[in-house]
Ligand binder design. Structure first.
Ligand SMILES: Nc1ncnc2c1ncn2[C@@H]1O[C@H](COP(=O)(O)OP(=O)(O)OP(=O)(O)O)[C@@H](O)[C@H]1O
Ligand SMILES: [Mg+2]
Length: 248
């Protein structure tokens, strides 16, 4: 990508170069992917089931199972995630970048109140006092459109859409610069889906975050994202402005 001559060269928030991922005993699931994302930008990744979207998302934060081979570069603010020490990776997973997964129910712990689950990374990674973490948790809940008092609820006491809002609050808990959302609304009905997408969009633009949103639904991505990349069999086969890629 070329930089216009009159603007100083700027380091992208995320730069992925020639990323290859091969599962143990399997074929390559990601084959030479290049990506670039700036703060405040929303990049959508579309593609048929099994083309490697989730593998790519997991690779970005080194969440792939042991035995998986990964090569290339994943530069987050210029720092290569693939060569970081584990302690640094753990810190980056909250404060640098965080993931919202499909099907929030499975990611929330059923026996803990949601407020405690949101507060945990704040206590751990931000070294906040319990009172400050509780305050921040209330703010985060209100930010995603839930009353602060819902902090005392258990996951089963919330609707699917509310649980997905809690997942987003958790993803934002440590003020990440990049949010990766892998099918964040697929399990939800169309009305709630639209609400959650609008919420994600709003949070990203308010806080100048980078958003990498994965979906098999091209229309959803075209509505939410600035740019769109289409994956096929582990490769990016098309990339460009969202509307243009969608119309093609
Ligand atoms: N843990 C794993 N071990 C081995 N192979 C895997 C593993 N996870 C995924 N794969 C394989 O890697 C390829 C890419 O899978 P991936 O989950 O990234 O696809 P996807 O694009 O996210 O699909 P979907 O839209 O269905 O979520 C598939 O062929 C899949 O079978
Ligand atoms: Mg997937």
């Amino acid at each position: 990508m070329s930089t216009p001559v009159n603007t100083p060269a700027r380091q992208p928030l995320l730069a992925v170069r020639n990323l290859e991922v091969t599962y143990a005993g399997g074929a390559a699931a990601v084959r030479g992917v290049d990506l670039s994302l700036d703060a405040g930008q929303k990049l959508g990744i579309a593609g048929e089931s099994g083309c490697g979207k989730s593998t790519l998302a997991l690779a970005l934060l080194r969440l792939l199972p042991a035995g998986t081979r990964t090569s290339g570069e994943i530069l987050l603010d210029g720092e290569d995630v693939l060569t970081m020490k584990w302690g640094r990776v753990r810190a980056v997973r909250w404060a640098g970048a965080s993931i919202v997964f499909q099907g929030a129910m499975h990611s929330l712990n059923a026996v803990h109140r949601i407020g405690d689950q949101i507060a945990e990374p704040i206590l751990l990674h931000k070294k906040a006092t319990p009172a400050a973490a509780r305050r921040k948790t209330g703010e985060l809940l209100e930010h995603v459109g839930l009353p602060a008092a819902r902090a005392d609820a258990y996951p089963h006491e919330l609707s699917g859409g509310q649980r997905q809002r809690v997942m987003i609050a958790m993803a934002l808990a440590c003020d990440p610069r990049l949010v990766i959302a892998d099918e964040p609304t697929t399990a939800l009905d169309v009305m709630i889906q639209a609400q959650i997408l609008r919420l994600i969009e709003q949070l990203v633009s308010e806080q100048e975050l980078g958003l990498l949103m994965i979906s098999h639904d091209l229309a959803v991505l075209a509505d939410t994202c600035d740019r769109l990349a289409v994956m096929y069999a582990g490769r990016i086969v098309e990339e460009g402005p969202a509307r243009q890629v969608y119309d093609n």
